[in-house]
Design a protein around this ligand. Structure first.
Ligand code: ADP
Ligand code: MG
Length: 685
């Protein structure tokens, strides 16, 4: 460690007023050193500037100065509860300010005096629900009080004091981390000033500029890590060069039941090029539902086999594994490729046989669920791993499968279109291929939003399709009745529809609690059209492919996210017939209504995913933390998207430049990159 840094690396206990007990509490907030303290930024600022009543939207925070217009009235209710109401003349407006449970304020407020009130503005009632009162004019006019996320007995005031001390005594040791060229180029605030401004801003502009600097820095460092990793892998990874047999591949493609779309051809070429190269492929294949990723996977797996290697395809559900195993077998068996299925419900003798055959190299392609990543599964010479619906798997699971062979090439597939924003951050170290074209002859799915009262009409509509020989899905959020939630469940809906369509159509039931044999039987019956209506939970959400199904009815649709609705809708419209999606929903919230509306307006998965991200935020987007979405301290991937793009471009240029690796101007960034381990090929997590 360098001299200066060691100053900032001292324990916070060197500051006056921080003893062992306080230090303990601070350490729970991950503040141990002076540096940690200085970099513990507020998550927001209380803004006490006066605002014009007519310009403040309903429910927003507001501070006003006004003249007390009537004697305050105080009423008590319940035990110890009270409400104090004051009428205030603000400019020419007469409004009310109410204070809950602060009866003692009554005596402080005098008729005709000026007071300043801060609180939430109810524009309809022309009332401020106040949480702060200053007697006299606003004294905090220029004050942006930082609000920290605090633990234990640490108070905002205490925090400000500690940080103030730290700045005073150690501020001089704060070193610049960004190169001067970048500071100049974007007119960014220096690190010392920015840290100071974050904690003790003089103005809104101050906060904005300080934040701008840290957002950029955070993104730049993140992108440098991502791209450093990618560069490292490109240069050092000992991948396999899969020398596939082009003639055999061409023959296989010529024998497919349909010509490939141009987009499919393009991505196949991109993937094959990676496979042939000695780099280890690390590629993401994105394509909306129904764009035909499975056949691309089949071609690539076959390519690996013709090169003398084994392939593996991992999918998130058993239903999907079975379906893929079936279609791959159908496609590849004529070409003497041996496919096998492995899921956790394949047990006993059969399992042992498969594992042995796999080890001996007698199986060419293994298709399965996460059963594939168990210890006992050993490949003979694994060359290509494909992970379908990759966001369903955690970082760890993906890694384990990748490590099954000697650096196999890896292809991730996803039908959840990843918003550009997330793609840059989550997959920054990957190459990306996109299928941006649907097979010819597809009709746009028509989507309708119906209120639950219209169920009868919906069912009549479904019947019309059934009469034509088509099939339908009915999706419910729950398996069985719940006392807590008033939503539709598959078991009841199945019973109801069985009655409704009695003697005319067969209704099947599918959910996650069925045994895999039962699931298998139901799925088979539906795909062979023995069953016309399939009532199911979201277990059929991904991948399921029954092209004759043309109707998707989703009960309580407001309970699903946009991406999920889009996936469900993607179960229909897989053939050349007109398909329909009906959302049965009565959303109370505005966001819920917005979601239904946008579903009826667009079929574009990318548009929907951007919208979903906006409505739900990045943390929720994939549902789980483990999906590898990085967390930023200050930056916000959605709102600071422009900065993210800039940082990404800058990082790409820097990584390739001579200066970055040699000039002292970049020393700090370089050091941080080294410390993160990416330059020695360690993964980020
Ligand atoms: P997804 O990308 O959602 O996994 P699938 O691979 O399941 O999509 O393909 C959806 C349907 O489209 C399947 O029935 C498949 O056979 C068919 N399909 C795929 N590619 C083409 C093509 N080029 N032309 C016509 N149909 C295709
Ligand atoms: Mg698929």
């Amino acid at each position: 460690m360098r001299e200066v840094n060691s100053q900032l690396n001292q324990s916070v206990t060197v500051l006056k007023g921080i003893g062992a007990e306080t230090a303990e509490m601070l350490s729970e907030m991950k503040i141990v050193t002076i540096q940690d303290l200085l970099e513990y930024f507020p998550y927001r600022y209380e803004d006490y500037r006066l605002r014009d009543l007519t310009e403040v939207p309903h429910d927003e925070k507001i501070t006003v100065e006004g003249k007390v217009h009537s004697e305050p009235s105080l009423i008590y209710y319940g035990r110890k509860k009270s409400k104090l109401t004051i009428r205030l003349l603000v400019g020419t407006y007469l409004i009310k300010a109410v204070f809950f449970n602060q009866p003692y304020l009554k005596n402080k407020v005098k008729m005709s005096e000026i007071v300043t009130v801060t609180g939430k503005w109810d524009a309809h009632r022309q009332t401020i629900t106040a949480n702060e009162l200053q007697i006299g004019p606003n004294r905090k006019q220029n004050d942006f009080e930082p609000i920290y996320s605090l633990k234990g007995k640490i108070t905002t005031k205490g925090m400000r004091k500690f940080i103030g001390l730290a700045l005073q005594q150690y501020g001089g040791f704060i070193e610049e981390t960004l190169p001067s060229s970048i500071l100049k180029k974007y007119r960014l605030m220096g690190r010392h000033d920015a840290i100071k401004a974050m904690h003790f801003p003089n103005s809104q502009e101050d906060i904005k500029q300080a934040r701008r600097r840290f957002v950029y820095e955070e993104f730049l460092l993140f992108q440098l890590k991502m791209q450093g990793l990618r560069k490292f892998e490109r240069e050092h990874s000992q991948g396999i060069s899969l020398c596939y047999d082009l003639k055999k591949l061409q023959d296989f493609i010529d024998n497919l039941p349909f010509p490939l779309t141009n987009a499919q051809k393009r991505v196949v070429n991109e993937i094959l090029k990676d496979m042939k190269s000695p780099y280890r492929m690390n590629r993401l294949l994105q394509g909306d539902v129904g764009s035909g990723k499975t056949v691309v996977a089949a071609i690539c797996l076959y390519a690996a086999v013709t090169a003398g290697f084994q392939g593996a395809l991992m999918v998130p559900t058993e239903i999907l594994a079975e379906q893929h195993a079936e279609s791959l077998t159908r496609l590849l068996e004529p070409f003497a490729v041996r496919c096998a299925l492995l899921t956790s419900s394949i047990k006993g003798k059969r399992r042992v046989e498969i594992l042995e055959a796999l080890m001996e190299g007698k199986i060419d392609i293994l298709i399965g669920t996460h059963a594939l990543i168990q210890d006992e599964v050993t490949f003979n010479h694994l060359g290509l791993v494909i992970i379908d619906e990759q966001h369903r798997f955690g970082v760890e699971q993906r890694r384990v499968l990748r490590e099954k062979g000697e650096n196999p090439d890896v292809l991730f597939m996803t039908a959840t279109p990843i918003p550009r924003t997330l793609a840059i951050t989550v997959f920054g170290e990957m190459d990306v291929s996109i299928i941006d074209e649907m097979p010819a002859g597809r009709k746009t799915i028509e989507t309708y939003w119906a209120k639950p009262e219209m169920l009868e009409r919906v069912l009549a509509f479904v019947e019309k399709e059934l009469v034509k020989g088509h099939q339908a899905y009915c999706i419910c959020p729950l398996i069985e009745e719940s006392e807590k939630l008033d939503v539709q469940n598959a078991i009841d809906v199945h019973a109801y529809l069985s009655m409704y369509y009695q003697n005319r159509f067969k209704v099947g039931l599918m959910h996650g609690r069925l045994s895999s044999d039962e699931k298998d039987a139901v799925m088979k019956a539906f795909s062979t059209n023995e069953v016309q209506v399939l009532v199911s939970t979201t277990v059929v959400e991904v991948g399921v492919n029954v092209p004759n199904a043309t109707i998707m009815v989703i009960y309580d649709a407001e309970r699903f996210g946009l991406s999920q609705l889009h996936q469900l809708r993607g179960r229909v419209g897989r053939g050349s017939d007109q398909s329909y999606c009906i959302l049965l929903a009565n959303p109370k919230s505005e966001v819920g209504q917005e979601r239904m509306k946008i579903m009826t307006e667009t079929n574009d998965g990318f548009v929907l995913s951007e919208k979903d991200l906006e409505l739900r935020g990045p943390g929720d987007f994939f549902g789980k933390k483990q999906s590898g979405i990085p967390e930023f301290k200050i930056a916000d991937m959605v709102h600071d998207y422009r900065a993210l793009e800039t940082a990404r471009n800058d990082a790409a240029i820097l990584i390739q430049s001579e200066a970055f690796w040699t000039s002292p101007d970049y020393l700090s960034l370089r050091k941080q990159l080294e410390e993160s381990g990416v330059l020695s090929g360690e993964k980020l997590d």
